[in-house]
Design a protein around this ligand. Structure first.
Ligand SMILES: Nc1ncnc2c1ncn2[C@@H]1O[C@H](COP(=O)(O)OP(=O)(O)OP(=O)(O)O)[C@@H](O)[C@H]1O
Length: 292
């Protein structure tokens, strides 16, 4: 079992933005989802864990080893798929993967060939291996991103917003691939897509303004709201009224009508219907109570 321990991690950028504010969390094998709105600090945490930037203070331990004191030890067991993978040169997936494998220190040619071929197959890119990566679709590029992150058999994979811009079929294929990988290593998935976390992750945390607000198992966190979520379709005027009067956690336009979800122990008002909570309700409930 691998273990990543983050202790009292803080990071302030030179412009004064405190992107990480005393974060402590322990993560073990499996898929770990990190949810939070734009600007919450997810990417800052991912980049710090991937050792692309230094933390201001705090400790990161991987399997008991202090990562910041011995960065080369974690680099050798780390795979990282950034939010934007940059521009690909006009070379084939096969050649590019082979080249990245060399950079990752896999110097034995036979071993490299075996790993590159295996990963192209695992990510369903084998038949497209001779095509240039820059000609790939968004989903294929993301799968290529995972193939390169998996080179060197890492024990920790960090994936930042991987399904943004993918169509539903490509998204499914990508998520299935991630969940296969997540069985034996730690996979940290940073996203603002609540569904991705619910479908895939056994553990999760919600982050906002540089802090971890809550962590746990997605289904258990969701059921902590059992009996407390109420829904009603409302007009614009009613929306304002209810926002003042009740703990409205979300409002959504559905087929031209506004559907609100409110959190309350008992029936909040006439016309509200009790519904089973979703992880999205838990997410909005957490963010709403934090903002108050
Ligand atoms: N290099 C930087 N210099 C200064 N401020 C930064 C830098 N990178 C991020 N920030 C700021 O730090 C805060 C956290 O940003 P971060 O990108 O980590 O959030 P995020 O949760 O990943 O958001 P998003 O989903 O939009 O990527 C934001 O206020 C952002 O503007």
């Amino acid at each position: 079992m691998n273990q990543l321990e983050i202790r009292n991690l803080s990071k302030t950028y030179p412009n004064g933005v405190k992107a990480l504010n005393d974060i402590s969390i322990t993560i073990q094998n499996g898929m770990f989802g990190l949810l939070g709105p734009n600007g919450a600090g997810k990417s800052s945490l991912m980049r710090t864990l991937a050792m692309l930037q230094e933390a201001g203070s705090g400790e990161i331990l991987f399997n008991g080893q202090d990562v910041q004191k011995k960065p080369e030890q974690i680099r050798s067991v780390l795979g990282y798929l950034p939010q934007e993978f940059g521009v690909y040169p006009k070379v084939s997936a096969l050649d590019l993967l082979d080249h990245i494998a060399v950079l990752k220190g896999i110097t034995d040619a036979a071993q490299r060939k075996e790993q590159v071929h295996y990963l192209l197959q695992q990510t369903n890119l084998y038949e497209h291996r001779k095509k240039a990566v820059h000609s790939y679709s968004g989903g294929m590029r993301q799968r290529f991103g995972i193939a390169q992150a998996l080179l060197g058999e890492p024990k920790l994979i960090i994936v930042d917003e991987p399904t943004a811009g993918l169509d539903p079929e490509e998204r499914n294929r990508f998520l299935n691939l991630l969940s296969e990988i997540g069985e034996n290593i730690i996979v940290i998935l940073s996203t603002h897509l609540v569904d991705d976390v619910f479908e895939l992750c056994s553990q999760m945390a919600i982050m906002n303004r540089g802090q971890i607000l809550v962590q746990g198992n997605p289904a258990a966190l969701t059921s902590s709201l059992d009996g407390k979520i109420w829904a009603k379709k409302v007009s614009k005027a009613e929306l304002l009224h209810f926002k003042e009067k009740l703990q409205v956690i979300s409002s959504k336009l559905i087929a031209g009508e506004t559907l609100i979800h409110a959190e309350a122990k008992d029936l909040p008002d006439v016309g509200f219907e009790q519904i089973s909570p979703s992880l999205e309700d838990f997410y909005f409930s957490t963010l709403t109570s934090f903002q108050k």
